[in-house]
Design a protein around this ligand. Structure first.
Ligand SMILES: NC(=O)c1ccc[n+]([C@@H]2O[C@H](COP(=O)([O-])OP(=O)(O)OC[C@H]3O[C@@H](n4cnc5c(N)ncnc54)[C@H](OP(=O)(O)O)[C@@H]3O)[C@@H](O)[C@H]2O)c1
Length: 233
C-alpha cells in the first residue's frame, strides 16, 4: 500500500489529458516530487513538478530517465496511443508501432524503474489499461491493451517479492484529446484519476473507473456471444 503524501511519482505521457490530471492530483495529494515525463517536456507551475524527457519507445531515453529520477516511489504508466481502423487493414509495422508504445513501452519503463522501486522499499506501478483490454471492438488498440493487461498481471507476480504493488486501471471513453473526435458520453479525467489514486492508496490491484468497465469485466464470465451479439448468426 502506498501513501502519496511525501511520495515521489513519475507519470509518463504527462502532457496528455489523463497525464496532466495524474501530475496535478499527485501534487494535491501531497507528493514530494512529481516527474512529468513526456516526449516534449513542458514548463509546469510548481517547483515540485520536474519535467523529464521520456519517450517510452526509446530505451536510451528510458534508461536516462531512470538514472535521473532515482527517487521514484510510484510509476504511472499512462502514455498510450490509438491506431484507428481495422486490424486487417493495418500494416504490421503500424501494429508493431502501437505495441511499442502501449505494451513494450510500459514494460521497458517498469523494467528500468523496478530496481529504483526496490531501493525505495517497494513502491507501486499503475498501468493505464482500458475497457477495451476486455472488449475486441477497438481493433489493434484492443490487442495492445489486452496484452498490457496480461503484462501487468505478470509484473504483479514478478514484483511481489520486492514488495511492489502493481495496479491495473480500466476505463471507457474519457474526455481527453485522444478521443476528441468521438461523439459519446465520456468520463471526466479528474474522476478517473481520483479513483485511480484512491485505489492505489487503498492497496487495490485493479481499479474499474466506470460502469462500462465493471459490466464488461463481469461479462467475461459469460458466453462470448453475449459480449458480441454481432457474431450471433
Ligand atoms: N481517453 C480515453 O477515452 C481512454 C480510454 C481508455 C484508456 N485510455 C488510455 O489512457 C492513457 C492516457 O491517454 P489520454 O486519454 O490522456 O490521451 P492523450 O491526451 O492523447 O494522452 C496520451 C499521451 O501519451 C503520450 N505518448 C504517446 N506516445 C508516447 C511515447 N512514445 N512516449 C511518451 N509518451 C507518449 C502523448 O504524448 P505527446 O503529448 O507527446 O503526444 C500524450 O501526452 C492512454 O494509455 C490511453 O490509451 C484513454
Amino acid at each position: 500500500m502506498v501513501d502519496l503524501k511525501d511520495a515521489t511519482v513519475l507519470v509518463t505521457g504527462a502532457n496528455g489529458g489523463l497525464g496532466t490530471e495524474f501530475v496535478n492530483q499527485a501534487l494535491a495529494l501531497g507528493a514530494r516530487r512529481v516527474y512529468a515525463a513526456a516526449r516534449n517536456p513542458r514548463e509546469w507551475s510548481s517547483d515540485r513538478i520536474v519535467p523529464l524527457r521520456l519517450d517510452v519507445t526509446d530505451a536510451e531515453s528510458i534508461a536516462a530517465a531512470a538514472q535521473e529520477a532515482s527517487d521514484v516511489d510510484v510509476v504511472i504508466n499512462n502514455a498510450g496511443t490509438l491506431l484507428p481502423g481495422k486490424l486487417l487493414d493495418q500494416s504490421i509495422d503500424e501494429i508493431r508501432g502501437l505495441m511499442d508504445t502501449n505494451v513494450y513501452g510500459p514494460l521497458l519503463v517498469t523494467k528500468a524503474f523496478a530496481p529504483v522501486l526496490a531501493s525505495r522499499g517497494g513502491g507501486a506501478v499503475l498501468n493505464v489499461h482500458s475497457v477495451l483490454s476486455w472488449l475486441a471492438i477497438g481493433g489493434s488498440y484492443s490487442v495492445s491493451k489486452a496484452a498490457l493487461w496480461m503484462t501487468t498481471n505478470v509484473l504483479r507476480l514478478e514484483l511481489a517479492s520486492q514488495g511492489t504493488q502493481v495496479v491495473g486501471l480500466h476505463l471507457g471513453y474519457t474526455d481527453t484529446p485522444m478521443v476528441a473526435g468521438v461523439d459519446a458520453e465520456k468520463n471526466d479525467p479528474a474522476d478517473v484519476v481520483r479513483d485511480a489514486y484512491a485505489g492505489l492508496e487503498a492497496g487495490a490491484t485493479e481499479v474499474l473507473a466506470d460502469d462500462v468497465s465493471a459490466a464488461v469485466k463481469a461479462g467475461l464470465a459469460g458466453p462470448i456471444e453475449a459480449l458480441y451479439p454481432q457474431v450471433v448468426g
